[in-house]
Design a binder for this molecule. Structure first.
Ligand SMILES: NC(=O)c1ccc[n+]([C@@H]2O[C@H](COP(=O)([O-])OP(=O)(O)OC[C@H]3O[C@@H](n4cnc5c(N)ncnc54)[C@H](OP(=O)(O)O)[C@@H]3O)[C@@H](O)[C@H]2O)c1
Length: 298
């Protein structure tokens, strides 16, 4: 079974290069090798590889920049996704695609289920939601995974930003009134393999699934967790978790509005695959240890 991976250098794409291998030969593309903003390049890459599975880990993910760069965000997150879906429909390939917690407005007190009303509050979320709609409209065979607060040791993310800032700063203000679930790119890639295998066996049907770690936290608690664990590991930081101060979203204005609660219920995926999902701290601790333990004096 031949697989095409788009966006191989992103956080999730990097991990997928490893986890997809047991399925068959993987043709992996970065932006230079296949630019999603270039429909002809996209069509020719997919035609040439003739994959049974297309995994699209490429996306326009600069949430704030998207507010002033709508056309570029729409091109990658909506139009290119529609083109990929139409090719998948025409060739009978399975499309695996990732979407976001930012399709919701965050007003619900409960964790969102897949069928909940969507109401994105920013351009990024709107373009990702339109990408989901284009896939469904195409009628292709597809697994769409909505995930959230992605981090990894590869690429830029909140966890690495906190560790970087903690080397130079002895106090930090972090937003405490947005809640969600930090999710490791490793976990997403591992479960993508499990899901594709289950789909091939007829055990997982096409559709939208929420794929995050278990539990929920705020950016402030996440930051305290990262810095507390890094300090326990003996990392050379100026910042302690007590000096991370909770602030409100109104005290940290950003171009894009973000949902107050974007926790996703993963019950549908857990039940379909017969799996448990680890608490968000499990993979976070692993990442923090990998990034900081080398600094521990021996
Ligand atoms: N990051 C999060 O917190 C988060 C949260 C919820 C959902 N998601 C979703 O999860 C998926 C994976 O996210 P991620 O965190 O792995 O994203 P990421 O690290 O930002 O990686 C995205 C990748 O897409 C590539 N890309 C962007 N524009 C492209 C284009 N025109 N043509 C080809 N490739 C292009 C980027 O290439 P360059 O390196 O060249 O820019 C990058 O390698 C995405 O669908 C995202 O929307 C992410």
């Amino acid at each position: 079974m031949r697989i095409v991976l788009l966006g191989k250098n992103g956080q999730v794409g990097h991990e997928l290069q490893r986890t997809l291998l047991p399925l068959g030969p993987v043709s992996a593309f970065d932006r230079k090798e296949c630019d999603l903003a270039d429909p002809a390049a996209l069509a020719s890459a997919l035609r040439e590889a003739a994959p049974a599975v297309i995994v699209n880990a490429a996306a326009y993910t600069a949430v704030d920049k998207a507010q002033s760069d709508q056309d570029a965000a729409r091109r990658v997150n909506t139009d290119a996704v529609a083109e990929i879906a139409n090719i998948a429909r025409a060739t009978g390939a399975l499309l695996v695609h990732y979407s976001t917690d930012y399709v919701f407005d965050g007003e619900s007190a409960a964790a969102y289920v897949e069928s909940d009303f969507t109401n994105p509050q920013n351009i990024y979320g709107a373009t990702k939601l339109a990408g989901e709609a284009a896939i469904i409209e195409s009628g292709c065979d597809a697994l769409i995974f909505r995930t959230s607060w992605v981090y990894s040791n590869h690429g830029g993310n909140f966890l690495k930003t906190m560790l970087r800032l903690a080397r130079d700063r002895d106090s930090l203000n972090v937003v405490a009134d947005q809640h969600g679930t930090p999710t490791s790119a490793e976990l997403i890639a591992d479960l993508t393999l499990v899901a594709i295998a289950a789909h091939r066996q007829g055990q997982l049907s096409s559709g939208i699934y929420h794929l995050t770690a278990d539990g929920s936290t705020s950016w402030h608690q996440f930051a305290q967790h990262i810095i507390g664990r890094a300090n326990d590991n003996g990392a050379a930081l100026k910042l302690s978790s007590e000096n991370i101060h909770a602030i409100g979203t109104d005290q940290y204005p950003t171009a894009a509005q973000r949902p107050k609660n974007s926790t996703l219920s993963t019950a549908k995926l857990r039940q379909a695959l017969g799996i448990a999902l680890p608490d968000w701290t499990v993979h976070a601790n692993r990442a923090i240890d990998q990034l900081t333990k080398l600094e521990t004096p021996t």
